[in-house]
Design a protein around this ligand. Structure first.
Ligand SMILES: [Cu+2]
Length: 145
């Protein structure tokens, strides 16, 4: 019995150690265009953390309603502030920079599986209507999953 307990504990701590940290920068101009998250598309594992870095001023990171998996945590970063988000629910998440949504400053994160991808793509079709520039950007991002 004792051995089992120790093994379980070891497994638990190994999982904790294996969780990875990633950085997404919020930029006025980046490799993929103007007003972008960099990198804009991330594939991570359950339990991983993303640090959204306020590199240029006047950006934030906020999850978009109905574009995250069922039971997934929402987040809302303050303007010009870093925010760290740990993802414990698998699926596809779409998030925005609130003041630059019109310019399609959005990003996509796939945590583990992409079971909700069809649903997210459907919502993306509607969200596109609020983009003034870079209208194809979100479709492009989603096609990379
Ligand atoms: Cu922005």
């Amino acid at each position: 019995m004792k051995i089992t307990k120790i093994l379980l504990l070891a497994l638990f701590f190994t999982n904790q150690l294996l969780a990875s940290d990633y950085e997404v920068r919020m930029l006025n101009s980046g490799p993929s265009g103007v007003m972008v998250f960099d990198p804009p598309v991330m594939k991570i594992s359950k339990g991983d953390t993303i640090h959204f870095k306020s590199v240029d001023m006047a950006h934030n990171s906020e999850s978009i309603k109905n574009m995250i998996p069922e039971g997934g945590d929402t987040w809302m970063g303050a303007m010009s502030q870093d925010i760290s988000v740990t993802f414990n629910t698998e699926g596809v998440y779409v998030y925005q920079c609130t003041p630059h949504l019109m310019m399609a400053m959005v990003g996509v994160i796939q945590v583990g599986n992409n079971n909700n991808l069809d649903e997210v793509k459907l919502k993306a079709g509607q969200l596109k209507n609020s983009f003034v520039t870079n209208k194809e950007r979100l479709d492009q991002y989603l096609s990379e999953l």
